[in-house]
Design a binder for this molecule. Sequence first.
Ligand code: ADP
Length: 263
Amino acid sequence: HFERRIPLPANRDELYRLSATFNALLDRLQEAFNREKQFTADASHELKTPLSAVQGTLEVLIRRPREREHYEERIRFCLLELHRMAGLIEQLLLLARHDAREVSATLRSIDINALIREVAERQESRAGEKEITIRVPEESSFIVAADREMLGIILDNIIANAVNYSPRSRTVTIRTGTENGLPFCTISDMGKGIEESKLEAVFERFYRVDASRSIGSGGSGLGLSIVKKLADLQGITVRAESRPGEGATFRLLFPYPSDSSSR
Ligand code: ADP
């Protein structure tokens, strides 16, 4: 704890201001420290939940042998939980790498429409299970300045959420275009949307609007915090927009005009 605050001198001279600045710095340090502690606690909790589920399941199986069918079902459950843990660890490592600033964005002129088609194809099977149609932009290409790999992860996360939080048989629509001379990309779904007061919070680590609902969908609450981080690195603004009952739209705003050459 950072408790050695400087007592503020009585008169408001330079020393007063210096002490006040120092104390404000300590407050910020304390805040960062608390955030870090909270993050570690959340991460441990998130990993412990699937781990306990696997452990419990295996312990019961070994104590009370059953018929083969039962084994298969339980083993499948364990695999799913392990898969979730592996995914979570991958996300945590990604965040840690970015926190340590080991990663920087390489902005190039890339065709976002082609990238969207690629990502949509990857999500096709999950969308198919729910009979969800993913509508990609009609124009064959649209050039933006971005880091291809990072933009791929961003689109992957937002489109996966759109599919995840949509009821069956709806459409997820992805558009690209220009607004005030700058490129944008929107991903809109027809799910239950996000309350206005929570539109910013969804980008926080481990934040879930409805924790119980997300458990079944295997969500970790990390996806959008990764999206935000990767967007920041590229100068992309990312915003969630929603009116209750009308679904959610995630908007990416790019910092350079569409015709800008490689950077
Ligand atoms: P998760 O792994 O839980 O999906 P995210 O960081 O990707 O974590 O999202 C955080 C939370 O934001 C989700 O748990 C969900 O409550 C909300 N959310 C994200 N995308 C959507 C969407 N398209 N529609 C409604 N809610 C969403």
